[in-house]
Design a protein around this ligand. Structure first.
Ligand SMILES: [Zn+2]
Length: 346
């Protein structure tokens, strides 16, 4: 122990950081850490830092330790912030709607433009998949808090902008809804991304399962044939004959038990843990339009996102999936904007 750290606190901190997606190298009286964005903001540490020296002491009562303890006791640390946009697009939205039609095959007319603040969440999740092998990884999902539509490119692009942490966002701000609701919705999105990430792993396990089941069946088929052939052996006593016959009769059950074991061995269990969340306010342009399709029309607002420099995707109004380009569908309750899979029109 030196004046700047305590070895028990170092190992505690290393464990908490790792659990929240950080990479930690343990020295004798320090830690070298590489932290994902949300985590480094939550701990107010640079992305790469040395913990336990005079610059970042780790002792009882030190602010860093308080933050690490806070992190260990909440499920997902949430950091609030605001992105500063030097310039918000003023015109040319008619052109944008023409160039990147947000609704395929419908007439979309611009009616007005208004500046507002939109909120987004960037969630970092750690996942572990256990089967015959183990796979783990991180997924990051950026989503609109209003619609939960996934915003591709947001997380990478936002780093180009100035960002300030909001210490106490308070109530009645643009972050009005309770964190848990938003978190669970975005977490669902992240789980879907994990599933995608794991699709190869899962199909790999499936292929091995099929291979092993096939080999097991072939083995037992061959065994049954061999044993049946053995029944005609001239020196068999009646007792031996009966015993072998019973063995043959028991083979299917034995094989089924082996197959059940294989199903167990190759089943995939996945756990996903949210490790850090960033909730961000971004000045955006609300582009209100009139969408017309056949005999139906309705106003639809799109969000021009200055971070990704494009219109935010929306979600399908039937299944909730993110869609960059919607399809119009006539409905007795009024015009709906849906994904290709939910589209039932002609
Ligand atoms: Zn859909």
């Amino acid at each position: 122990m030196t004046a700047y750290q305590d070895s028990a606190l170092l190992s505690f901190t290393a464990e908490v950081l790792e659990r929240h997606g950080g990479l930690v190298e343990r020295g004798e009286d320090y830690l070298l850490s590489v932290l994902p964005d949300g985590l480094s903001a939550a701990l107010m540490l640079p992305e790469e830092s040395r913990i336990g020296d005079e610059h970042t002491p780790l002792l009882y009562g030190s602010p860093l330790l308080d933050r690490v303890i806070g992190l260990a006791t909440t499920t997902v640390p949430v950091v609030y912030g605001k992105i500063h946009v030097p310039y918000l697009k003023k015109d040319g939205f008619g052109q944008v709607l023409e160039q990147y039609p947000p609704v395929l095959g419908a007439k979309v007319t611009l009616s007005r433009r208004a500046e507002t603040l939109a909120s987004y969440m960037v969630l970092v999740c750690h996942y572990v998949a256990l089967s015959d092998e183990r796979k783990e990884g991180l997924v990051q999902v950026a989503a609109s808090e209003e619609t939960t539509a996934v915003i591709p490119g947001f997380e990478e692009q936002r780093r180009r902008f100035e960002f300030s942490v909001l210490q106490d966002p308070g109530t009645g701000t643009q972050f009005a809804e309770r964190t848990e609701n938003i978190l669970s919705r975005v977490m669902k999105r992240a789980s879907a991304m994990v599933e995608e990430d794991l699709s190869e792993f899962v199909s790999g396990m499936q292929r091995r399962l099929e291979r092993d089941v096939r080999n097991t069946q072939e083995y037992y088929e061959a065994l049954a044939l061999e044993m049946e052939a053995g029944l005609s052996h001239p020196n068999l006593t009646p007792a031996q004959y009966t015993e072998r016959e019973e063995k043959i009769a028991g083979l299917p059950a034995e094989m089924n038990a082996k197959v059940q074991d294989l199903l167990q061995k190759y089943s995939v269990k996945v756990s996903v843990t949210g490790t850090a969340a960033l909730r961000l306010l971004v000045p955006v342009v609300l582009v209100t339009t009139q969408v017309e399709y056949r005999k139906q029309r309705r106003p639809v607002s799109f969000v021009w996102n200055p971070v990704t420099r494009t219109l935010d995707p929306r979600v399908c109004e039937v299944c909730g999936k993110t869609i960059s380009q919607a399809r119009p569908m006539e409905h007795k309750s009024g015009l709906k904007l849906v994904c290709p899979a939910c589209w039932t029109g002609r």
